[in-house]
Write a protein that binds this ligand. Structure first.
Ligand SMILES: Nc1ncnc2c1ncn2[C@@H]1O[C@H](COP(=O)(O)OP(=O)(O)OP(=O)(O)O)[C@@H](O)[C@H]1O
Length: 574
């Protein structure tokens, strides 16, 4: 129903049109049997006349031509209205699916990074690829549901005209059927809910299989343990719950299918003993009930899908609730010039915004990152370097203290603006196959220049606004990320262990040419590194230990003129 409301909100005219056509189609459907019954009425003198004088159309003899014409027109009308109703609502369903996905994209794009890290990729992907199609599948059934409901009502009306006693009896049976049908539906729905929860874990395991295939291939015992205890465990849980859920729903659905026959049986064998019913009425009622069997079974057949859709709707709604929107103002302050980023008593806690929580705490930190300087952040694993880098790049919001860009404290009104002045290559960076957000005429020339400078020009070219390939070695991919970052030409650069997988030659290029070149261009450069051979390149060395700054070593800022000649290749403006 929620989704139907969404449909109505999005395209009220189309939904109304679809309902109208569906309703008309249902009315016509329910008229077909009375129409045929009327033609075949026993003792109708017209039958003799018709039999005596059939109308000829080409070489075909047609009995009761006016009725045949009406019958044909009604059939054509049903065909047209039903198709139109389905097509219109299916199109709206596709639009709603797209808008639902788009809302999720927006939510993801606007969510704080910490919330996304907590939710995990698997749930987000499962919602987008599995829940949204299920929701739409359920919603697409609305026109057919409507048509069948109207048919059911029409036929019940026909029954009322034929025999009021039988009408009430049939109505009671249908009410009983619908109520008893709900019990297995509820139980089945629980199993689908459980299967859907297991599906999130399955999705995680599938990612483990795909990303961990190299490790698994090297060790049979590990692979078997992973398959048995993780992947197949999830697979079996999904399978078990889905099988039970479908078994219950199919049984319920078949019970629904046979409901009409139970009613027919009860009328023919039992009710006739208590009520006076003419033969003609009995045949009419049986025909109507046989005809009703279709809509009833169709409606009951739709219910399992609608139940599955409901589970998916709940999952997506829960996800929407869990993805908070960043508390940043829609209208951001204009950018102001800054010459350094200062941390004043900045602290952050993983796990929760709540200070009582036991998550890993970073800070309080007092630091300064100046333009035209290279800062290295060093420290042991888990000392909080990456957390500090995400505070600096304004992805994590500090729970205490102030971050200033120049004299201006970062706030909800300015965080978006300052983010625009940052370029970062994190250790889990993503490489896009194109330079996004930069399509000036000079772009191709710049990309070609840096491809050459980064020794990538033999592997990759930039054509039609895309890189020719991303099938590169780890080190080459990082160089591609660096290329995109340099082209971005931002004011603050953050590199999280960028040089870790570069060969010794290119490590030297990075520390002795690229970083000094960026420095010469007046950028504030911050690099997380373990390469102690190159610590002398830094103007300040920040040593982290257990979430705190153990010490800061400053050295005299090196002048840009000391740049080695080859570094000039990286001084070219982006
Ligand atoms: N998303 C997260 N949720 C909860 N805790 C986290 C999260 N990210 C990091 N942590 C915790 O914060 C601590 C510091 O992690 P961080 O990644 O900042 O360290 P690091 O110094 O960059 O380590 P490494 O050198 O191994 O990359 C770790 O103990 C880790 O368990």
């Amino acid at each position: 129903m929620k989704l139907f409301a969404e449909y109505s909100r999005r395209a009220p005219n189309k939904v109304f049109f679809s309902i109208l056509l569906g309703g008309l189609s249902g009315i016509c459907y329910s008229l077909l049997i009375p129409l045929v019954m009327n033609v075949l009425k026993q003792g109708d003198p017209r039958l003799h006349t018709i039999a005596a004088a059939p109308t000829r159309l080409f070489s075909l003899e047609i009995a009761n031509a006016p009725f045949a014409l009406v019958f044909t027109l009604v059939c054509v009308f049903i065909l047209v209205t039903r198709t139109l109703s389905q097509v219109v609502l299916t199109r709206v369903a596709i639009d709603v699916a797209s808008s639902l996905r788009t809302r999720l994209y927006d939510r993801i794009a606007q969510a704080p990074l910490s919330a996304l890290e907590k939710i995990g990729h698997s749930r987000l992907i499962a919602a987008l690829t599995s829940d949204v199609p299920r929701i739409v599948l359920g919603a697409r059934m609305f026109p057919d549901m409507l048509i069948n409901l109207v048919m059911l009502l029409g036929m019940l009306g026909f029954l009322l005209v034929l025999n009021a006693d039988l009408f009430w009896f049939v109505l009671g049976c249908i009410a009983f059927g619908v109520v008893t049908y709900q019990i297995p539906m509820l139980i089945g729905g629980r199993y689908f809910n459980s299967a859907r929860q297991h599906f999130d874990h399955l999705q995680e395991s599938i990612q483990g299989l795909i990303h961990g295939i190299k490790e698994l291939k090297l060790d049979d015992a590990k692979r078997e343990a992973f398959f048995d205890k993780v992947l197949m465990h999830c697979e079996r849980s999904v399978q078990k719950d889905e099988k039970t859920g479908y078994t219950i729903l199919r049984a319920a659905s078949n019970y629904g299918d046979l409901l009409s026959f139970f009613v027919i049986g009860s009328i023919v064998f039992i009710v006739v003993n208590y009520r006076t019913i003419s033969n003609e009425q009995l045949i009419g009622v049986i025909m109507a009930l046989l005809y009703i069997a279709g809509p009833i079974s169709a409606i009951l057949g739709f219910l399992p899908q609608i139940s599955i859709s409901r589970v998916s709707i709940q999952r997506v709604a829960k996800l929407f609730e869990e993805i908070p929107q960043e508390t940043i103002s829609a209208v951001q302050e204009p950018a102001r010039d800054w010459d350094s980023v200062r941390f004043e008593q900045v602290s952050y806690r993983h796990g929760s915004k709540d200070d009582k929580d036991d998550g890993f705490r970073v800070g309080p930190l007092d630091l300064e990152f100046r333009k035209g300087e290279i800062s290295f952040i060093v420290g042991g694993n888990g000392s909080g370097k990456s957390t500090l880098s995400k505070l600096l790049t304004l992805h994590y919001r500090a729970v205490g203290g102030i971050i200033r860009f120049g004299d201006h404290a970062v706030s909800d009104d300015s965080i978006g603006t300052y983010r625009q002045s940052i370029s970062a290559i994190y250790s889990d960076y993503h490489l896009f196959d194109q330079i996004l957000g930069a399509d000036d005429d000079q772009l191709k020339a710049s990309v070609d220049h840096y491809l050459k400078a980064l020794h990538l020009d033999r592997k990759v070219s930039y054509r039609d606004g895309r890189f020719s390939t991303l099938a590169l070695s780890d080190g080459q991919r990082r160089r591609m990320a660096l290329l995109a970052s340099i082209i971005d030409d931002k004011e603050l650069y953050l590199f999280d262990e960028w040089a870790a997988d570069q060969d010794p030659t290119f490590k030297a290029v990075f520390y002795h040419e690229i970083l000094p070149a960026l420095k010469a261009r007046g950028k504030a450069i911050v690099a997380i590194t373990h390469d102690d051979r190159y610590f002398d390149v830094a103007d300040q060395l920040i040593v982290m230990e257990e979430g705190r700054v153990a010490r800061v070593e400053r050295r005299e800022t090196r002048a840009a003129q000391e740049l080695p000649p080859r570094a000039q290749a990286f001084v070219m403006a982006g």
